[in-house]
Write a protein that binds this ligand. Structure first.
Ligand code: C2E
Ligand code: MG
Ligand code: MG
Length: 398
């Protein structure tokens, strides 16, 4: 049967189990959704599917499994919001969820059978609220190489600083410098929209130089605000590290402002494009010999591996925020956080948790012995002019 195009408020259910499909369909209809239910994956894929859809998907089905269906929908460039349902064990469901997320699909919920219908309804209501509130929202900005070049030439970039605190004493010990683009048309643009393009288009080293210069200029004011020399962490891209002259270049930029390398940490995320391991290690070793600290950022994600940790002179490990953010609700994320802390301690490294969004996560990390914390709960990234306010606010909170 061919289906005609239906509005995005429709809900698709694909489950080979007739009993379940009917139950979920009835619940969804009660919640006000228009439901299209199908038991055969092959027939479902024959539908004239819309470009954006909410799909309740069973993972285990006889003709095609849920992963194959997801892959096919991605091929058709369908913008998916998924609710995964399955009778398989929790670990398989969990890893299917992560796989879907890796395909950049929004997985709103995962349910093991039997599904708790009340929770199912709550999820459907949340999806609808998000759909309604995002209607009319601005599209994400897209930039060309030329835009970025102009932005760099006109020095439209600025630095936001996010505080890092010692989890034993609650005292501020440093800040992470995070670049922002003051775009004349789009306003304040986050790095997620331009860093990978800068890397691909060969503009990252120009941007890095600007970032390091701005940080160097801000350094004295930051030290004055906090009344002591603080640590500043700067993100550098793995593409920057291709150049063997980088350590001298960075040293030169910072020494113009008499900044002691021991107060600077370079955060590095290993990247897929890291083709020449020997020069990568050469640069990292020389940065370390010059007295800079090196931090392995987003540790535990696809590109930050144990072998890099083993080979390069990192003195700090940053647990990725995807684990920190989930650690209280996801047993596997918690285990990864615990193991990262243990690993860093055993290797004599400083361990930093980023992405701390609430008090419970902060105190859990404290009791696990994590050294340093960073996240919205402590302080959001902010322009240098706001740091004083943050500091004064915080000293009254403590
Ligand atoms: P990152 O180095 O891992 O930085 C942490 C990111 O997490 C920042 O996003 C920060 O704003 C965000 N964040 C901090 N606390 C929380 C929290 O509690 N919850 C949530 N949800 N997010 C939190 P931002 O500033 O958008 O930067 C994204 C990434 O862009 C950075 O990830 C870094 O990899 C890259 N980046 C930022 N500045 C630079 C730069 O100057 N050069 C290079 N090469 N990369 C940069
Ligand atoms: Mg970082
Ligand atoms: Mg990170």
């Amino acid at each position: 049967m061919k289906m005609s195009r239906i509005s995005p408020q429709s809900l698709y259910i694909l489950d080979d189990d007739q009993h379940y499909a009917t139950l979920l369909e009835q619940m969804a209809e009660k919640c006000g959704w228009q439901v299209i239910s199908e038991q055969s994956a092959l027939r479902f894929l024959e539908f004239d599917l819309p470009s954006s859809m909410v799909l309740v998907l069973d993972l285990v089905m006889p003709e095609l499994d849920g992963i194959e269906v997801i892959r096919e929908l991605i091929k058709r460039r369908i913008n998916l919001t998924l609710i995964l349902i399955s009778g398989v064990d929790k670990r398989t469901l969990h890893s299917a969820q992560l796989l879907a997320q890796a395909y950049s699909i929004n997985v709103t919920a995962c349910f093991s059978k039997p599904v708790r219908l009340k929770e199912f309804c709550e999820i459907l209501n949340t999806i609808r609220e998000v759909q309604v509130s995002s209607k009319g929202a601005e599209e994400d900005p897209v930039f060309s190489k030329e835009d970025l070049k102009v932005g760099i030439e006109k020095q439209q970039f600025t630095i936001y600083y996010q505080p890092q605190i010692c989890l034993k004493t609650n005292m501020l010990i440093g800040v992470e410098a995070l670049v922002r683009w003051h775009h004349p048309k789009h306003g304040l643009v986050h790095p997620g929209y331009f860093i990978s393009m800068a890397e691909k288009e060969g503009l990252i080293s120009l941007l890095t130089n600007q970032v390091v210069s701005m940080v160097a200029q801000d350094n004295a004011m930051l030290n004055t605000i906090f009344g002591k020399d603080i640590m500043i962490s700067i993100n550098i891209s793995a593409n920057d590290i291709i150049s063997l002259s980088l350590p001298d270049q960075l040293n030169h930029l910072l020494s113009e402002y008499s900044i002691d390398p021991k107060n600077i940490t370079f955060e590095i995320t290993e990247s897929a494009v890291m083709t020449n391991l020997v020069s990568f290690l050469d640069v990292l070793n020389r940065l370390s010999l010059k007295g800079f600290s090196l931090s392995i950022d987003d540790f535990g994600t696809g590109f930050s591996s144990l072998s890099l940790l083993y080979q390069a002179p990192f003195s700090e490990l940053k647990i990725d925020q995807s684990f920190v953010g989930r650690m209280l609700h996801d047993a596997e994320a918690m285990i990864i956080v615990e193991v990262c802390i243990l690993l860093a301690k055993k290797m004599g490294m400083k361990i930093v948790a980023e992405g701390i969004e609430d008090e419970k996560t902060l105190s859990a990390l404290k009791s696990l012995g994590c050294d340093v914390g960073q996240g919205y709960f402590i302080g959001k990234p902010m322009p240098i002019k706001d740091i004083d306010i943050w500091k004064n606010q915080r000293s009254t909170d403590l």
